[in-house]
Design a protein around this ligand. Structure first.
Ligand code: GTP
Ligand code: MG
Length: 333
């Protein structure tokens, strides 16, 4: 591992850029699909607002952060200020409201870690999950979307990394691997280290909200930053190589935490993430940008860390040596 750390990228890596870009294009949702998502948001908002005029429905997650594939489920969050009702009561009442509004397959899941209502809209054919008052997710969705607007390579890289993670079955948090959200943060971090992306939370705040005692503040006038990464000629293939090389051979799993909040690597020591506390094992440390005590790698255990690191190494070696990396990388597990 030590010797591979300084391995230079293969000289002909850019031969594969067209095929990686066409994989990216094939995963992007169509305009038509995006229009349908908006239509669903509008019609559900109308139904819910009749009952709760002061509530507001937000899109969040992959259909709103610009890292969503076509045909993915839709995540919605209902923001409602009702002191009388518990979250579970709100979920149950929401299910009743939706039932009356002609939506289908309505399932309130009140015992889940994040209680939700699932439903299918017969008009658009789309399925979605609605959660309640999870505003931090709405804010981090905006942060990701804002980063994606600065340099197009972020979206290209993150789509391919997500596609790799889904093909290799290392994108399953309930099985102890990482969420899509965590992979996007890992991509942002890499591009910050290469000065292709700035660190928006270290800049003058133009967007400021407080959510559950967390201060969420950053520079969100990203249209002013679309030349930020222009100095770098790195292609998506080179960035992919760098991503997997970093996680296979360069990241110090015993000491380091990646942090897009600071745009740097910080120490586990400083965060007091050096030992297992409860179920948080901190074997791979990815700081949430706003919820600073939250390690997005906390679901990873001593078995799945091995699987993950082997997959990072496999991918790094494919990008280094394989004659056909854009095929081998996504071979189903
Ligand atoms: P796919 O559904 O796999 O395409 O990706 P996704 O972007 O919808 O990601 P995911 O299902 O992992 O998460 C959905 C949203 O929930 C994310 O965009 C975040 O806003 C939020 N989220 C997910 N995991 C966490 C977490 O651990 N902490 C916080 N604060 N938010 C999270
Ligand atoms: Mg999702």
């Amino acid at each position: 591992r030590f010797q591979r750390r300084n391995r230079p990228c293969r000289y002909d890596i850019d031969r594969f850029t067209p095929s990686f870009l066409s994989i990216f294009e094939s995963l992007v949702p169509s305009e038509e699909e995006i229009a349908k998502q908006k239509q669903l948001l509008t019609s559900l908002s109308r139904i819910i607002n009749k009952e709760w005029p002061n509530s507001k429905l937000y899109l969040y997650g992959s259909c709103a952060n610009s890292f969503g594939f076509s045909n993915s489920d839709i995540d919605l969050c209902l923001s409602i200020d009702d002191k009388e009702m518990s979250k579970v009561d709100i979920i149950l009442k929401l299910a009743d409201i939706l039932q009356a509004g002609n939506l289908q397959n309505i399932q309130p899941l009140t015992r889940a870690r994040v209680p939700i209502v699932k439903l299918m809209d017969p008009e658009t054919g789309l399925s979605c999950d609605i959660c309640v008052n999870n505003l931090l997710a709405v804010v981090n969705t905006k942060l990701l979307r804002d980063y994606a607007q600065i340099d197009r390579r972020l979206r290209q890289l993150a789509f391919i990394v997500k596609h790799w993670a889904k093909s290799r079955r290392v994108n399953e948090t309930y099985q102890g691997t990482l969420s899509s959200y965590a992979y996007v943060i890992m991509c942002i971090h890499l591009l910050q280290l290469r000065r292709i992306l700035p660190c928006l939370q270290e800049m003058e705040a133009t967007y400021l909200v407080t959510v559950d005692e967390n201060n969420c503040a950053y520079f969100d006038q990203v249209d002013k930053l679309n030349n930020y990464g222009a100095h770098s000629r790195d292609t998506v293939s080179r960035l992919l190589w760098a991503f997997f090389h970093y996680w296979a051979y360069e990241h110090d799993y015993t000491r380091d935490v990646i942090s897009i909040r600071t745009g740097r690597i910080i120490s586990k020591e400083r965060k007091d993430w050096t030992r297992r506390v409860g179920n948080d094992r901190h074997l791979i440390c990815i700081e949430d940008p706003f919820e600073l005590t939250h390690d997005l790698g906390r679901v990873v255990d001593k078995f799945t860390i091995k699987i993950l690191r082997e997959e990072f190494e496999r991918a790094a070696n494919i990008l280094q040596f394989d004659p056909n990396p854009s095929v081998a990388l996504f071979e189903p597990y």
